[in-house]
Design a protein around this ligand. Sequence first.
Ligand code: AMP
Length: 489
Amino acid sequence: MSGRSLKVRRCLPAEGPGEECAVFAIYGHRDAAAHIALGLHALQHRGQEAAGIVTFDGRQFHVHRALGLVGDTFSKRRVIEALPGHAGIGHTRYSTTGASMLRNVQPLFAEFAFGGLAIAHNGNLTNAAWLRRQLVREGSIFQSTTDTEVLIHLIARGSGDSHVERLVGALKAVEGAWSLVALFDDAIVGARDPLGIRPLVLGRLGEAWILASESCALDILGAERVRDVEPGEVVVAGRGRIERFFPFPRRRSRFCIFEYVYFSRPDSIVEGREVYEVRKRIGAELAREAPVAADMVVPVPDSGVPAAIGFAQASGLPFELGIIRNHYVGRTFIEPSDQIRHLGVKLKHNANRGLLAGKRVVLVDDSIVRGTTSTKIVAMVRAAGAKEVHMRIASPPTTHSCFYGVDTPERRQLLAARHTVADMARLIGVDSLAFLSLDGLYRALGLSGRDPRQPGFCDACFSGDYPTRLVDQERGERQEELPLVLEEA
Ligand code: AMP
């Protein structure tokens, strides 16, 4: 460590429920690190705060993790050259305040009595704080505040003849959402929780095997999409072999419906469905459920674009770019403080004045969370001279927090948890406001509606119907606070 400056800072506990992340793994390519970097770059929308890569060269592991965008770190040749090997895994993350220190950046890596192992996790474990408390009581010393580290300690204590058995043993103790990739010995592993809440796809590039959060990470490499890893499946790819196991009790899958609404990239195929097509069908459903007499349909870019196209096609209204987005600022949510978040919205969008003046406008966005974006956008469209502003939201009201890895604020900060649709319309300042119904969302996915006894997706953010126990919530557990951390400056 000599020669590097370290800064000491007080670290606050994570304020939100979890992280949005992406994972990527490759086995059997001599340029593993460069491929992982490209894959992570394609998955950058799932997390912009930090990125990391771990590779294995047949003899030893190599690790590089850093705060910032994938391209900030992994476009440098010397960084990639310092990550030799034919196998590796990578991760990008978004986290909430306080957890942004370097030691929380994944993949996590540990040397066990039986060898080294790296893990990268997308999702959120709903009993991690409780498990952590037990583990600490029994002598474990944690290095980070991420829920994922619980897995490392469970693996260290677990039994089993192979790495995979130990990993599976640890996964049997955790609850919640986990799509993860691991690297050990001479193999990569992919695993999805029994409900398959977060996505994971298997791909092939020549002789190499790939695991990635979304298929857009395969496209960037020209790799073939083989299939989705199934809920509850563990897949192991190593020298000349690929094996799959189903070590967990089989359950009806509950894939995150919000991946289709907002989170996944529109050019990805997740859980067998093209995200772009689903979003267009969502827009068409919305036009049928909540039609409006207007002159044009305007998306809130970029998240509202596919649904607005679907709305325009179904309603016969022209689709227009009434709001222009500056692509050189990050997502509204990247900066965690309210003050900066407000500023972010102003920095990001501008109204196309000449187009909007004197017009009746239907604005389409994917969701309303706190209401910040909508309020700003509507004021902007009105200031540009629009005669009427009608807001159509391509999802049901977000009334509940996510505990499975999509970063949402606490329930009391969700606009729809505290207000009726009529109140929200007044607060946002629109002439009319309508959300897609939950049944309409299921119809857009090709189903006849939501089966209330057995929904085929996790729609807890819209329904409050959480598909797993929320152990930490029930017990009032909070993530452990690390009082002081040393961080490389
Ligand atoms: P808000 O301004 O708080 O109402 O947030 C709504 C906006 O944020 C919408 O334009 C969405 O596209 C976007 N959004 C919704 N959920 C998330 C999320 N979990 N992370 C980042 N952005 C989000």
